[in-house]
Write a protein that binds this ligand. Structure first.
Ligand code: G6P
Ligand code: MG
Length: 219
């Protein structure tokens, strides 16, 4: 029986990809690195430090670890500033409705995000109260595709993985859910999250009714 839901944040609850893009683009321009939307797609779901390493590899750049941390911090300062403009209007369509419905039906709900800024994002959206457990980039050290963040969230909810459904928009996020033995719902195109148990194009289609009908033996 499914008792809990674990949500990724960026790309599932709200769309921060554009803000991450703008911040990485600013840093890349300053550094004279090539960075475009295709490369930004590769950063979906992965940690800040893994992200900067992907960008550096793409540009055949190698730097001291200390410098890499400094540059990642510069990017983060730009990103965090841009979050000040985020408001409770900025849920992805359908996300708030699903969270509300899950609470009213008594399911446990957790966040399972790689972001170290998750608490700030939830605050800007006024979404903190939907979550029993907040698992973010500060909760575990191994990031997706390792299952650690989802295992942390399920353990804190007191549920085994096979009683939880993970919502993810990233390829590596679905890999992480599968590695942890969770059921998975992919949000996005087939080529990105087609390996999830169930896939919807957007959160708008992911109503509790639809989710229950796809996993009917589990409710
Ligand atoms: C999410 C996003 C990634 C981002 C990561 C870390 O998973 O999808 O693009 O790199 O969080 O975010 P942070 O806010 O800690 O830099
Ligand atoms: Mg995501």
């Amino acid at each position: 029986m499914i008792k809990g839901f674990i949500f990724d944040l960026d790309g599932v609850i709200t769309d921060t990809a554009e803000l991450h893009f703008a911040a990485w683009k600013k840093l890349s321009d300053d550094m004279d690195w090539q960075f475009d939307r295709d490369l930004n797609e590769k950063l979906r779901g992965i940690s800040r430090m893994d992200s900067i390493k992907v960008i550096m590899d793409h540009n055949n750049v190698s730097l001291k670890e200390e410098t890499i941390v400094e540059l990642a911090t510069q990017k983060n300062d730009i990103y965090v500033q841009s979050l000040d403009h985020m408001t409770p209007e900025d849920y992805l369509p359908g996300a708030k409705e699903l969270l509300t419905h899950l609470r009213s039906e008594g399911f446990s709900v957790a966040l399972g995000s790689a972001s170290k800024n998750a608490e700030k994002v939830l605050k800007q959206l006024n979404a903190t109260h939907y979550f029993d457990v907040i698992g973010d980039g500060n909760s575990v050290s191994r990031s997706k595709p390792a299952p650690d963040i989802f295992l942390y969230a399920s353990e804190k909810m007191g549920l085994s993985p096979e009683r939880c459904i993970v919502f993810e928009d990233a390829e590596k996020g679905i890999d992480a859910a599968k590695a942890g033995n969770f059921y998975s719902v992919g949000i996005g195109p087939e080529e990105r999250v087609g390996h999830a148990d169930v896939r919807f194009d957007t959160m708008k289609e992911a109503t509790l009714f639809e989710v229950k009908s796809h996993f009917k033996d589990l409710f």
